[in-house]
Design a protein around this ligand. Structure first.
Ligand SMILES: NC(=O)c1ccc[n+]([C@@H]2O[C@H](COP(=O)([O-])OP(=O)(O)OC[C@H]3O[C@@H](n4cnc5c(N)ncnc54)[C@H](OP(=O)(O)O)[C@@H]3O)[C@@H](O)[C@H]2O)c1
Length: 313
């Protein structure tokens, strides 16, 4: 089988197609024939070598936390999944492959309401968003501001927050305002047309900075009320302008487990309340992976980048 990975750090051209044996499931695991995988900013950070000091990985490195596929074999003791089930898998690494194996706790059946591409884009942003809300522990009626609400993580935070009956303020570019309205956002600020920090000053009990790279010119701190919480999803120190805030870095605490988050996402999808916007579907080829990583490096149209075996499905 083919995997897409790299044996040195660098730009998207470092990816190569690597031949590897098809992995076999151990007890409690399933083997998944991958139909598509999601790309995330973290994968690009791995490729650039920024995670090397925090995470020791063997070469070649095959990124990929988000997989959708068809169960192709089951290990001993697996009761709830059978061959041909279409599933979603969240994994630490290695998803850019034709086959993967995964423990059943990290796998859920694909909700009927999601396409294969949407399912490929869901795991990491779903788990990140659930971790954000669990960390903030706001009560219904409290106000949450989401910066970068049109992005993969931001849109998922908005949806989980509305399901928890929070009042949600969102910022994104004007071209994505209609999408944020569809997600049920209560108030929207277009950062490219107005001063969102001034408009929403001190309104939020907590603010999530879900902007890729985290650069918001201090808007998150201004939007958050004194004593509120400013949570950043990017590895960037937030500007506070001297305001007293509780600063939280997503990833410093423990991450919500797929076993906990997947049932919540499945329930939302079943109720028709889960949207995963796809920015672009790329072909399941070396060129597709390299092109996807080029797009990860720039301000691409909002939504998830996914690599699909059959982009038409
Ligand atoms: N720690 C974790 O566990 C974890 C997990 C997943 C992701 N992350 C991090 O979370 C961040 C977001 O990831 P993502 O996948 O959601 O990225 P993404 O899909 O690229 O979304 C980023 C969004 O930021 C918006 N944006 C850009 N400049 C803005 C500004 N000045 N004000 C408001 N919005 C702005 C863009 O909206 P417009 O297009 O509307 O301008 C875009 O939709 C990344 O830094 C990623 O590394 C962390």
């Amino acid at each position: 089988m083919i995997r897409f990975g790299f044996d040195h750090y660098g730009d998207p051209a470092v990816f190569t197609a690597i031949q590897a044996p098809v992995p076999q499931p151990k007890p409690g695991q399933v083997q998944i024939q991958v139909l598509g995988f999601g790309l995330n900013p973290y994968d690009a950070s791995l490729r650039r070598g920024e995670q090397a000091a925090y995470r020791k990985l063997k070469w070649p490195i095959v990124p990929g936390t988000d997989v959708v596929g068809r169960v192709s074999a089951v290990g001993a003791g697996v009761a709830d999944l059978t061959v041909n089930d279409v599933v979603i898998n969240y994994r630490p690494i290695g998803g850019y492959s034709e086959f993967v194996v995964a423990s059943v706790g990290k796998v859920m059946k694909k909700p009927a309401g999601l396409s294969l591409a949407e399912a490929a884009g869901l795991p990491q942003v779903g788990i990140a968003a659930a971790t954000v809300l669990q960390t903030l522990a706001l009560a219904p009626g409290q106000t949450l501001a989401v910066e970068g609400a049109s992005g993969g993580v931001g849109a998922m935070v908005v949806q989980l927050a509305k399901a928890q009956h929070l009042h949600v303020i969102a910022t994104a570019s004007a071209r994505n305002a209609e999408y944020l309205r569809q997600l049920g956002t209560d108030d929207i600020g277009a950062y490219d047309e107005e001063d969102v920090a001034k408009r929403f000053a001190n309104q939020a009990d907590a603010t999530v900075n879900a902007i890729s790279g985290g650069f918001d010119r201090g808007a998150g701190a201004l939007i958050t009320r004194p004593g509120g919480t400013l949570l950043t999803t990017a590895y960037a120190k937030p500007e506070t302008g001297g305001k007293c805030l509780d600063l939280v870095q997503l990833g410093d605490g423990s991450q919500e487990k797929p076993e906990t988050v997947f049932p919540q996402l499945a329930a939302l999808a079943k109720a028709g309340g889960l949207s995963v916007r796809i920015a672009k579907q790329l072909p399941f080829t070396l060129a597709g992976v390299q092109e996807g990583h080029r797009l990860l490096e720039c301000h691409h149209p909002a939504g998830k980048l996914v690599v699909m075996k059959n982009p038409a499905e």
